[in-house]
Design a protein around this ligand. Structure first.
Ligand SMILES: *Cc1c(COP(=O)(O)O)cnc(C)c1O
Length: 427
């Protein structure tokens, strides 16, 4: 079968197809690096599963209270070993990344404590969690205060500002690894390590929590390898490997993770309860696949930057820059282009390919957002997905892709849609 004809039947014209082939050919070396990193991470996951004697019994389910759930408890030990932490909480009852972060903060903070973000504004949804934007149930309502120190104009840490902001009430440092919906760069694990060392030199007993969303398995080290006390993320992002149907994780120092368990369920019960309801197998298998899925997503991100940047669209990270998360931001410069891009991604999806996404006012976000997500699991962003806030500079943020072939097709579709609408300056 001829590849070009196959693509043509799916709506990709010859010009876009050739551009894709040319771009892919230039990226062989970078793709090999992603494969090599996936290999390292794969071994880390296999080693953790073997050490914890994962067995078919672990795939059994529990119901009701969920006492003595071997699969759930063993999975938590596996996560702790993958992240090289003392403990981990990995639950379907943690509904999403925002919830996991909320839990980690609410569980470890008491009235009068202060949170510090040394890396500027946190992820949109955390504004209401912390109470930067007033919201019912925010940490601010419990007398927990918040400060942030902006990055310097060259996007490096403002060490003097951070030292000045740390005070006797500073209890928890919130470090967001990934850029999220910002156009600042994502921090490398090494950068996060330097930041944590500095903070600990100023105040040794402060809790350094890293919002690890979209960063897992992008490098062979995790923030918990360089001093983070807690790492937190979502199972419908990287570590779920596309198979975990829902859930979140918190890994880190035992005393802090235990607090999270008591907050998630209840004081006195902690991690002993929480029925796994049949999802353990998917969580194990997803973690097992996660390193290679992350590699596919990284290939897609680099491919897209190398397609779009030469056409004059600013990309973060840039086409030749190193990767520290799976998100690719492309500044398209107009709402029409953002919408066309997202519709292209949707049109290339295995699920809901026939629907045309529209911008809408998503809970927790500032502006209207258009989301393309032809995913098997709702909102799963380790699956190929794109979101574009309808506000200047009109950037799309896309991420994920369970297989490289699908990401490639999705991105070619996005470009085809832009071209068909006459929105590409040079094609
Ligand atoms: C996705 C994300 C979150 C929130 O996760 P949800 O699962 O969408 O609630 C928090 N921080 C960052 C950096 C993220 O990318």
């Amino acid at each position: 079968m001829n590849l070009q004809k196959t693509y043509e039947a799916l709506g990709i014209d010859e010009e876009i197809f050739r551009l894709g082939e040319k771009t892919e050919a230039l990226l062989a070396e970078r793709f090999a690096e992603f494969d090599r990193n996936a290999e390292l991470c794969q071994m880390k996951v296999i080693a953790a599963m073997q050490k914890n004697r994962v067995s078919t019994e672990c795939f059994e389910t529990s119901t009701g209270y969920g006492y003595n759930d071997l699969g759930r408890d063993t999975l938590e030990s596996v996560y702790a070993d993958v992240f090289h932490t003392e403990s981990a909480l990995v639950r379907s009852q943690i509904t999403c990344g925002t919830h996991a972060l909320t839990l980690a903060m609410a569980a470890n903070l008491r009235p009068g404590d202060e949170i510090l973000s040394p890396v500027g504004k946190p992820y949109d949804t955390l504004e209401q969690v912390i109470g930067i934007v007033p919201a019912p149930g925010s940490l601010s309502e419990y007398g927990i205060t918040y400060r942030q120190v902006e990055l310097k104009s060259d996007n490096t840490f403002d060490y003097d500002g951070i030292r000045a902001a740390i005070n006797e009430r500073t209890k928890l440092i919130e470090i967001q690894r990934s850029k999220g919906y910002l156009t600042r760069p994502t921090f490398s694990v090494a950068q996060i390590g330097e930041l944590i060392s500095f903070i600990k030199s100023v105040k040794p007993d402060v809790i350094c929590m890293v919002d690890n969303c979209y960063g897992e398995f992008v490098e062979d080290l995790e923030p918990s390898d360089v001093g983070a006390d807690l790492v937190v993320g979502s199972l419908i992002k990287n570590p779920g490997g596309g198979l975990a149907p829902t859930g979140g994780y918190i890994a880190g120092r035992k005393e802090y993770v235990e607090q999270c368990a008591y907050r998630l369920t209840s004081p006195g019960l902690g991690r002993e309860v929480g029925a796994s309801l049949g999802v353990s197998r998917s969580m194990y298998q997803g973690l097992f696949l996660a390193p290679t899925v992350v590699a596919s997503a990284l290939k897609g991100a680099v491919f897209a930057a190398n397609l779009y940047e030469p056409l004059g669209f600013a990309c973060v990270p840039g086409a030749n820059e190193e990767r520290h998360d799976i998100i690719q931001a492309i500044t398209l410069g107009s709402p029409e282009r953002v919408i066309a891009f997202c519709r292209g991604i949707q049109a290339g999806s295995p699920v809901d390919s026939y629907v045309a996404p529209e911008p809408w006012a998503m809970p927790g976000y500032h502006s209207e957002v258009i989301m393309a997500a032809g995913t098997f699991y709702q909102g799963s962003s380790i699956e190929l997905s794109a979101d574009g806030p309808i506000e200047p500079p009109y950037a799309v943020y896309f991420q994920g892709g369970l297989t490289w072939a699908h990401v490639k097709f999705g991105i070619l579709m996005s470009m085809q849609r832009l071209k068909d609408a006459g929105l590409l300056p040079n094609l």
